[in-house]
Design a protein around this ligand. Sequence first.
Ligand code: SF4
Length: 327
Amino acid sequence: MYNYLFGPVPSRRLGVSLGVDLVTHKICSLDCVYCECGNTTNLTLERKEYVPYKNVIEELDHYFTNHPTPDYITFSGSGEPTLNSKIGNVIDYIKTKKEFCDSCGSYKSSVKNKIKVAVLTNGTLLNDESVRNALLKADLVMPSLDAASIESFKLINRPHSKINLDSYIQGLVDFRQIYKGKMALEILILPGFNDSKRDLELLKNACCKIKPDVVQLNTLDRPGTLENLIPASRQLLEEIQSVIQSGHILVEIIASSKRQETKAYRNDIESAILETIYRRPSTPEDLASILGLHINEINKYLSTLEQTGRITSVSQQRGIFYHTVKE
Ligand code: SF4
């Protein structure tokens, strides 16, 4: 069992993705109302080595020696990965490490060079030049921007008090100008929170300034930490797509149906989750602890099971409890 790696998990956008978690639960610069990891317990902008670089590298080396190569290594997890001051070093390690070849007697690019690196970030630290530079070697950076009005930003993302929305958006603009990889800007649509005409106009303007390769519209898979959160319908997402899309911006709606088709979806994990919650309704944290899996991995399976109607959830004081649907 690894401490900092999780998966590989079947990902909507990346195929088979090995996750790397560079912060401990739950350190973030935002406290989004929809966060799958629960409330932020350490709301901070301080960058430091929350998880030791050396330990992460050791786990990666062990993984590469003992497992098949994933499609992607993805920096995500239970908080904001760019808060770890060593994220750039870990990406460098993955991208530049060479291995000694016994047969030809020289150092060659290792298999790690062929693995793509993705970073899922809330983007709030990209106004810091050192953070921008740290991500330059990634193949795919997926920052999020859920609101471009201060009111909605505060309502949805509940940011650290020192985050300035204009500076946040400018950081995304500045990063785009120097970054050569693919940038996919994610907007999570929450009906009643960020789907007003004004919100959408401001988001569209921000997207035009940022110029990502693609804007991805997403919505809730599952209930968030607040009761009044509901997912956007397909129809609403399509309407928003047509508002934001322009000659310069490609906007896509992220479909959620591909997960079960990917080869990393493990039926034994799914069965273990079903068996556990059949006996005792559990929170994602309970399941992570009982089954010895990372909470992100648990969340992916819960999401698929809920979408297919095999389980359902109820929000209680200790968290969101999942139970099986009686047939
Ligand atoms: S930025 Fe991501 S990890 Fe942080 S609170 Fe929002 S959804 Fe959760």
